[in-house]
Design a binder for this molecule. Structure first.
Ligand SMILES: Cc1cc2nc3c(=O)[nH]c(=O)nc-3n(C[C@H](O)[C@H](O)[C@H](O)COP(=O)(O)O)c2cc1C
Length: 155
């Protein structure tokens, strides 16, 4: 059974809390092995792992990826590795008060991964800090629904 790797882009920890909740659901309820990796020291070679990838990232600045994701995102854009065969999902965090750039962090990763040949499974999650639901509660519910919708396509 395919393992999961959650790649975390965060500034103040919300994405990390959400990733931990999703790890718990995937592991304890769905029987998947899950590694959590902060994006700080990652490069494109992380995609050589035999794994399904869940990109869990917030948004900062004017629609930018958070600081700890910058190098990793930049290397993907510049080095343009061939990611054919890589499969991923995206859990994005944002705040709808930033109307013009809402959830752009997740969208940026989604766009670059797709442009490199990787395939997204399921819809991209867009947590909104204005929703009144924490990112970790939202994450727990979202991952359950996501899993049901893509289950037949997972290895
Ligand atoms: C200075 C600043 C800039 C932000 N810019 C955006 C933005 O452009 N678009 C967006 O959707 N959310 C934006 N946000 C909201 C964060 O993405 C949101 O609060 C998220 O939950 C933070 O998650 P983190 O703790 O994992 O970094 C911004 C927040 C701050 C404090």
């Amino acid at each position: 059974m395919e393992a999961f790797t959650i790649l975390i882009g965060t500034m103040t920890g919300n994405a990390e809390f959400a990733a931990e909740e999703m790890q718990q659901v995937l592991r304890d309820e769905l029987g998947r092995q899950v590694d959590l990796l902060m994006m700080d020291d990652l490069g494109p070679e992380v995609f050589q792992r035999d794994s399904f990838f869940l990109v869990c990232t917030s948004t900062y600045g004017e629609g930018d990826v958070p600081e700890n994701a910058r190098l990793f995102y930049g290397r993907l854009c510049e080095e343009r590795p061939d990611l054919t065969g890589v499969r991923y999902a995206v859990f994005g965090l944002g705040d709808s008060t930033y109307r013009a750039t809402f959830n752009f962090g997740g969208e940026k990763f989604d766009c670059v991964l797709a442009s490199l040949g990787a395939s997204r499974l399921g819809e991209r999650a867009k947590h909104d800090a204005q929703s009144g639901v924490t990112a970790w509660d939202y994450g727990r519910d979202w991952i359950r629904g996501w899993y049901v919708s893509v289950q037949g396509m997972l290895k």
